[in-house]
Write a protein that binds this ligand. Structure first.
Ligand code: CP
Ligand code: NVA
Length: 308
């Protein structure tokens, strides 16, 4: 059966753990496996800007012995001119996997429906599951594991990162707290799924507007931009609405003394996080960014193996 990775809970708890174990192994021995030798190609398509995702997939596919085929929607027939499913019909005859950064989750679902190669979500408006694999690897490294650890996300809960933290961290057995202003709380259906997963995995989900209460005793404090790609027109309104949801030293003080700070990047210093936090001793953002490479290599190896 062809396996796709469109949202964090497209893998089971055991499968997520297996991918993270493989990521740690590939980090220790970067050139241990070359399943894309040939080279086989992997298409990586962007509707939105990217630094980390683009570079980590390019380098990762190359290190696995493959050839990265990176292009933008604007330079292709996809996006208005050709449907995601017709695009998939063509690509699947030439490449071993399709990776796509886009807007609507629905496009990814259409792309993957019946596709004969794995389709990977490289960020949509709703989820950023590749980022979460890297984040969980980083938490494992700095906190010795994920189960029972408490993660507090301060910011736009109704964003790709807010939703992915809920699902992926619930799968990893964590206690997840989301602190967002009214109007920016996570989507109800995602919260329901996360609560079900957390109940099975021994974790928990808390959602609210009280930053101090939700960050209390956290092992990991995370945030993300207040203005995600595609929402630039709402910038001023959002800067007003998110006042009070910045991660400052005071907010870090509510967490455990040895808490780590993470951010998927790019960051807007002085908005969602103060410079002395993101550039301070508790921040592990550069490890987190590096882990995109190892986590995505593991994901590709695993998906190709499963989809044989
Ligand atoms: N974190 C992340 O996905 O970064 P890019 O937008 O640079 O890919
Ligand atoms: N929430 C951000 C993540 C960027 C990696 C966005 O969608 O722009």
């Amino acid at each position: 059966m062809i396996r796709h990775f469109l949202r964090d809970d497209d893998v089971s708890r055991a499968e997520q753990s297996e991918i993270l174990d493989l990521a740690a192994k590939l980090k220790r021995d970067r050139f241990a496996t070359r399943p894309l030798d040939g080279p086989q190609s992997v298409a990586v398509i962007f509707d939105k800007s990217s630094t980390r995702t683009r570079v980590s997939f390019h380098v990762g596919i190359s290190e696995l012995g493959g050839s990265p085929l990176i292009f933008t929607t604007a330079s292709s027939q996809l996006g208005g001119k050709e449907t995601p499913s017709d695009t998939a019909r063509v690509l699947e005859r030439m490449v071993s996997a399709i990776v796509w950064r886009t807007y609507a989750q629905e496009g990814l679902e259409q792309m993957s429906e019946g596709a004969r190669v794995p389709v990977v979500n490289a960020l949509s408006d709703d989820f950023h599951p590749c980022q979460l694999l890297a984040d969980l690897l980083t938490i494992r490294e700095h906190k010795g594991g994920t189960e029972g650890r408490r993660l507090a996300f301060v910011g736009d809960g109704c964003s790709n990162m807010g939703h992915s933290y809920l699902l992926a961290c619930a799968l990893a057995g964590m206690h997840v707290a989301i602190a967002s202003p009214e109007g920016y709380l996570p989507r109800e259906d995602v919260v329901t799924d996360a609560r079900r997963i957390a109940a099975e995995a021994g974790g928990s989900i808390e959602i609210g507007t009280d930053v101090a209460g939700l960050v209390a005793d956290a092992d990991v404090v995370v945030t993300d931009t207040w203005v995600s790609m595609g929402l630039e027109d709402e910038r001023q309104q959002r800067l007003d609405d998110f006042a009070g949801f910045r991660v400052t030293q005071e907010v870090m003080g509510f967490a455990k003394p040895d808490a780590i700070f993470m951010h998927c990047l790019p960051a807007d210093r002085g908005y969602e996080v103060d410079a002395d936090v993101i550039d301070g001793p508790q921040s592990v953002i550069w490890d987190e960014a590096e882990n995109r490479l190892h986590a995505q290599k593991a994901l590709l190896v695993w998906l190709l193996e499963q989809s044989r």
